[in-house]
Design a protein around this ligand. Structure first.
Ligand SMILES: *[C@@H]1O[C@H](CO)[C@@H](O)[C@H](O)[C@H]1NC(C)=O
Ligand SMILES: *[C@@H]1O[C@H](CO)[C@@H](O)[C@H](O)[C@H]1NC(C)=O
Ligand SMILES: *[C@@H]1O[C@H](CO)[C@@H](O)[C@H](O)[C@H]1NC(C)=O
Length: 370
């Protein structure tokens, strides 16, 4: 009798344990992989809202097509590239690292460290004052891992990070908001354009190596867009609606060297860690043939003022197009949600012309079987 009475509570305990684990464990296991985002305004989900900076998108009409129809800090009329990738992996959008909501089990989604205005170099975007530069974004990722470790332990944190997807979107500002910001900028007096591109690639490689050292094993790395074709550049440096040749040359030198650098890193690390997304080609498709992609124009921004709506920033008093889906550019620099959808579609299922060595759907399928 004594053995039975001690046996019954044990059975009850085991049953309860199975029940509880049955509820908790599959939920944790079935979670989408974590997603970590680093970079600039193309992927910032609202970090700059928490900073003393003038690089911000927290006033209308930003967010006009977001589910809440309110500004969130995203430089888009709706979702940005990071959000749309989250959706493709079946996850919620990443929260800004600086958001007070990023705590507890929200940490399992991953985090967004991106900050509008930053570049590969520390001195890029100096005019935006307090923005989170790349080395600080990586410091924050380290701090994130410490918080995660406190929550789920070191082993599971390491696994979560190793199995996560990463996105790196940076580099455009190193041209637009540094080398070519003003005629005869400090950097352009210091370096010829080819030398400057070499410097960018060399510094970028260090950031990526550090990201790898911090545990990243699958990293999408976007190239620069056709920088010279943004409405701001058509208004500022272009002639008669032609893209700015200087900025186009910068992008043309930079993008192939970026791909080479990533291939070199992968060879050194012995695995396809870094995946190059040819965003220049993705943009070029609809910049060259806007109508084929359902746009009425790829030159005029939906929101702004002056020629091509490319002068100054998008604010409440700016011109605003009634149908954002017809514009490739939302504001003077940033694609519309519709354009972001085209880009993410290519990232998901584009051929090797767009994605090297493979597209994201191939990666997701590969990683699901290992
Ligand atoms: C950028 O700034 C950080 C922090 O001040 C510093 O550690 C790093 O060495 C700087 N990078 C370069 C290339 O100067
Ligand atoms: C920038 O903002 C961060 C976070 O709000 C703060 O910790 C830091 O001291 C600020 N730096 C400057 C230079 O204002
Ligand atoms: C990219 O993804 C699609 C699936 O969406 C696949 O059919 C295709 O073969 C892939 N292309 C390459 C070049 O990997």
């Amino acid at each position: 009798m004594a053995t039975l009475s001690s046996f019954v509570p044990n059975i009850v305990f085991v049953l309860v344990l199975i029940l509880v684990l049955g509820i908790i464990v599959p939920r944790v296991e079935a979670r989408p992989r974590a997603f970590f985002v680093f970079g600039d305004s193309l992927v910032d989900n609202g970090n700059n809202n928490y900073l003393h900076t003038n690089a911000r998108a927290d006033s209308p009409p930003y967010g006009i097509d977001y589910p809440t129809h309110r500004p969130t800090g995203r430089f888009s009329n709706g979702f940005n590239i990071a959000d749309l990738i989250s959706q493709r992996i079946g996850a919620k959008s990443t929260l800004p690292y600086l958001s007070p909501q990023l705590k507890g089990y929200n940490l399992l989604i991953g985090a967004n460290f991106a900050s509008a205005g930053i570049g590969i170099l520390n001195d890029t975007g100096a005019q935006f004052m307090n923005v989170t530069r790349m080395h600080t974004q990586l410091d924050y990722f380290k701090a994130y891992q410490r918080r995660m470790t406190a929550l789920i332990g070191a082993t599971r944190t390491k696994r979560l990070v190793n199995q996560a997807l990463f996105l790196m979107t940076v580099g455009g500002n190193d041209f637009v908001n540094n080398y070519y910001l003003v005629p005869s900028s400090a950097r352009s007096r210091q370096y010829s354009l080819p030398q400057y591109v070499k410097l960018l690639i060399c510094e970028y490689r260090k950031h990526l190596q550090r990201l790898y050292n911090l545990g990243a094993r699958r990293v999408l790395v976007t190239g620069s867009g056709p920088l010279g074709c943004a409405p701001a550049e058509l208004a500022g440096h272009g002639r008669n609606g032609h893209c700015s040749p200087k900025l186009q040359l910068g992008a043309a030198l930079y993008n192939p060297q970026l791909v080479k650098m990533l291939q070199g890193l992968n060879r050194k690390l012995g695995r396809d860690i870094f995946i190059a997304a040819n965003t220049a080609q993705m943009h070029k498709d609809f910049v060259t043939h806007p109508r084929a992609y359902g746009f009425v124009t790829s030159k005029v921004a939906c929101c702004g003022q002056g020629p091509y709506n490319g002068v100054g920033v998008c604010r409440t008093f700016s011109n605003l197009c009634p149908n954002r889906n017809l514009y490739a550019f939302w504001d003077q620099f940033h694609p519309s949600e519709k354009a972001n959808r085209i880009i993410v579609h290519r990232i998901m299922s584009g051929s090797t012309r767009y994605m090297k060595p493979m597209n994201l759907s191939t990666i997701l399928a590969l990683d699901a079987t290992t």
